[in-house]
Design a protein around this ligand. Sequence first.
Ligand code: PBG
Length: 327
Amino acid sequence: MTFPEVRLRRLRRTESLRRLVGETTLAPRQLVLPMFVREGLTQARPIASMPGVLQHSRDSLRKAAAEAVQAGVGGLMLFGVPARRDEAGSGGTDPDGVLNVAIRDVVAEVGDDTVVMGDLCLDEFTSHGHCGVLAPDGSVDNDATLACYAEMARAQAAAGVHLVGTSGMMDGQVGAVRRALDGAGHTGVGILAYAAKYASAFYGPFRDAVESALTGDRRSYQQDPGNAREALREVALDIAEGADIVMVKPALPYLDVIASVASTVDVPVAAYQISGEYSMVEAAVANGWLDRDRAILETLTSIRRAGAQIILTYWAVEAIRLLRASY
Ligand code: PBG
């Protein structure tokens, strides 16, 4: 018999005790809301596979962005869905392309009251749906893609973005984008690097959200789900190339990766709770199988506990409402 007797339940007895000893905080400022804007819409429309998430029109995006900022989100990550696509993904680099226009709109609306981010990738804009341009043999051409990303970065920066989110998983993309930004005088625009991004089945609903034309998969550029150590190489390279923040994506199936990245690097670490993570909870809730509020907060708390200090989540505004209600 040991003395004193170990009684861990002592600190779990009341809500106040539990709150006092809680290890993990979740704050509104840590949550970033991804938003979709679709060219040519006159009003927002629902995304079938992501109940509660919308494809916005220009006007509805401005309004929803202002509301999210009012709610207290830490930032907004913008995705553009063009009306037309081509081989080169030129809608992404065109200053009048849907995403660049949306960045200008949102920055005009919210200014520096939040952090406005743009997804820097070609997949929403290419007719084949890949994250880069294709070589004659049909493979994704790494270095030709870097030139497109450089131009896209300059366009987003000119539109007023605070951070560009390099999400294409091309080698050297962070360095190419940093050089492009600096060369154009945009030294103050930062890079949120999707550093460890896995070839995941959980992107399914996103492909619906951006009406992706992809057939096939992204395994020749995104990471193999089984590789954890490789994530540290990706992250180290991105930091060496100038990443200001590194991100792991998806989040919940990769908590071990988030934890090892967070314990290894000294830049802020973000995680992206992606479309499929959102939709699987919403689908279970719709069936009456999960308590929605608790499931949302538990997933976000787990991602924080693993070590991400910033979380991109479609529940950002919802979660802030839940957090405020729980105090
Ligand atoms: C690339 C990009 C993707 C997502 C964010 N940026 C798609 C992909 O890599 O296939 C997925 C986000 C989500 O699933 O919520 N532009």
